[in-house]
Design a protein around this ligand. Structure first.
Ligand SMILES: [Zn+2]
Length: 325
């Protein structure tokens, strides 16, 4: 993929493009950042740009070389990861890699490899790689990916150019999820809870987000100030540890924002598939009351963040939500 398709890492890409233009890319890179923030995409884009004969500092995306990399079947790229059922990357795998790198490239100007996750190289495997990192055979490009460079041998770190990737902003996560085909409302729901990782966002979606959302909406619909058990039961079921409670509050915020939008006559809502339930939140109380509750949810979120007891905070909040007015 051309660099323009990578979101959120403009400064890093500018540095890489400058080194491509001047022909001064490093032999070995260490890309550090959380899983799912774009390290591997950037690594592949760098290799693609290096191999592409059409442009000096980017991939054209359409030549045979670019298309093979996009399709994951370029013969001069080696991807190294722990073998199935194995925890570590073994010394045998790295010996084989070093042999492969020493052979003449099939079609690219040089060979390239990505080792992911690099912290899973056994100590002996990592030690066997030191010389290769310093002087890769055939001028090969080596890119190590890690979540934490501190977990690598200092001798490995010192032989690589370290590039640090920041977590993605929620807006960038939303854009990337939508590009991957996720419904905009689901993307808007999971992005704030993803910690800046597209992978985490996809896991949230797969796990049970829809189920949890249904559970929350159903509990909200049952809240009744005259039957106080409905309040405490809901708080009991929906409160968890701090992170789980913050996730629940993010969900409530998105419901009440939507309800306020509907109440104001706007159709700009994110929870479209739960429109019925959002409408009943919007019509159950007056518009000013819903605005007030939206503010209360924000306050509760801040309190939980500052260490308030999740269950007690939800008890109080749900009392407010149960009270019609
Ligand atoms: Zn190309």
């Amino acid at each position: 993929m051309p660099f323009a398709d990578i979101l959120g890492h403009d400064r890093i890409i500018e540095v890489l493009r400058r080194s491509l233009r001047s022909g001064k890319t490093a032999h070995s890179y260490l890309f550090e950042g959380i899983s799912g923030c774009g390290r591997k995409k950037t690594a592949l884009a760098l290799i693609q740009a290096l191999f592409c004969p059409a442009l000096p500092d980017d991939a054209c995306g359409v030549c045979p070389s670019c298309r093979k990399i996009e399709g994951g079947n370029h013969p001069d790229i080696h991807l190294i990861a722990p073998l199935p059922d194995k925890r570590d990357i073994s010394i045998e795998q790295l010996r084989e890699l070093q042999h492969d790198l020493s052979l003449r490239p099939y079609e690219a100007p040089r060979k390239a490899c990505i080792i992911d996750p690099a912290e899973r190289m056994s100590v002996s495997a990592a030690n066997s790689l030191l010389k290769t990192l310093e002087e890769p055979p055939g001028n090969a490009l080596i890119i190590l990916l890690t979540e934490n460079a501190g977990m690598l041998l200092s001798t490995v770190r010192s032989r690589c150019q370290l590039i640090r990737f920041a977590p993605l902003s929620p807006e960038h996560v939303v854009s990337l999820l939508e590009r991957s085909g996720m419904a905009p409302e689901t993307a808007a729901l999971v992005a704030p809870m993803s910690g800046g990782s597209v992978r985490k966002a996809l896991e949230l979606d797969n796990e049970s987000l829809t189920v949890r959302r249904e559970a929350v909406l159903s509990r909200m619909g049952q809240l009744n100030i005259n039957r106080i058990a409905t309040v405490f039961d809901a708080a009991e079921e929906l409160s968890g540890n701090r992170d789980a409670t913050l996730e629940l509050l993010d969900m409530l915020l998105s419901f009440f924002r939507d309800a306020v939008h509907l109440g104001a006559g706007s159709e700009d809502i994110v929870n479209r598939s739960a429109r019925g339930a959002i409408e009943s939140i919007a019509t159950r109380r007056s518009f000013p009351r819903n605005l007030e509750l939206l503010e209360r949810i924000y306050e509760t979120r801040r309190a939980v963040q500052r260490n308030a007891n999740p269950k007690l905070a939800l008890d109080q909040l749900f009392m407010g939500l149960a009270d019609g007015r």
